[in-house]
Design a protein around this ligand. Sequence first.
Ligand code: HEM
Length: 423
Amino acid sequence: MTITPEPVALDQVNLNDLDAFQRGEGWGMLHTLRNEDPVHWQEEEAPNHGYWAVTRYEDIWAVDKDSETFTSTDFVNLEEVEDELRDARRSLLETDGTRHQALRKLIQREFAPRNLMKNYEAFLRELTKNTVDEALKEDSFDFVEKISADFPIQVLARLLDVPREHTPQLIAWGNEMVANTDPEYTEHLLDSPESEKYKHLPFRSPTVLDVWEYGRGLRDERVGGDGADLVSILANKMPEDGIPLSDTDFNQYFSLLVIAGNETTRHAISQTMLALIQQPEALKALQEQPELIGPAVEEFLRIASPVYHFRRTATKDVELGGKQIKQGDKVVMWFGSGNRDESVFPDPYRLDPTRTNVDHMTFGKGSPHLCLGNNLARMEIKLMFEELLPRIDTVALNGDVRRVRSNFVNGIGKFPITITKKG
Ligand code: HEM
């Protein structure tokens, strides 16, 4: 069974309708745009000014690889950050050019496949096994709660060398900072008047202040040491442009690491499992031939598309897909839509574990900002399904799946399942 979205009439498309995304109707809107108006002007409520929604693979790629014409420095989410707040809120994600390269290179090597395998694979395999063992003590459980929620941030805790007893606190902070448009996750909704108080903070989340204070504490203990963890590197290594990390740079880097690899990987694992339940022939193929799991990770990432979009801003007037983009216009790359582009991926809604050359855009494509943690995420997903699938005989939904109310993350909040175990 392939899950194809219900079509939505072009004049009914509203990419700002978070409730529609929560009902799973985002895919239908993106399908219509790809086929009828691939570079589409989406109005927004004030104080925002609207944006171009780019939905075809080729156009998204053209935007993502041209960081001179489409800058990240005017911020990368739909929120329009006021000029005077930008420096306080700027992280690696919103920096371009040589400073961006210098900041990125500080820790890039740690995320290279060889280093990840050498330093983290054994730990990760063990953590995955324990997570699966613990979950499979019950026949019915919530997949998010027992499998996918805490696992990615436990991995980050290890990379940052957070003491074991502080890991639960880091998990709690991670949860508070994610999904800032969903009342189930946060008391400080991004679109609420109350969030104005926190507009100087990333994601307008006051929790970030606790995370920063905690991060600086770790850094201060490690300055001058020879630790190999990410905090020690940020504390001690000089960026190659010779400009040391300010306190703000450090804060932003630390919270970006905690946020970026947490919710995304969680939803990648949950969405993959949901697709496998909805498309049992794919699950069966992977159970019969577990050696397919490794190569199928790219297909999992394409189908899961945990991040719907990232934004750029045009630095000059330019044509894209037949539309005239004006300097200063917001241009939003709908990566999730590129991953369903039928001209690149035949039968795009089908999870096909044997699909080859899956050149998805889940981590961006051709961008200097290509996800820094992509190899880590790949490893986490591979290990999780290698540990989990061979132990499952049957798996079925055991209640309603609750999606996250967001047009930014394609997330799952509640995911009740019942399984029978092998053997
Ligand atoms: C499946 C999981 C993940 C997905 C879908 C994902 C997606 C993305 C995307 C699309 C970007 C590009 C943003 C842009 O172009 O503006 C990005 C950047 C980034 N990601 Fe990931 N990510 C994932 C996991 C991780 C992990 C595990 C980490 C590690 C801590 C991480 C760290 C980062 C960082 C630091 C950046 C900023 C890179 C830069 O600006 O140069 N991500 N991610």
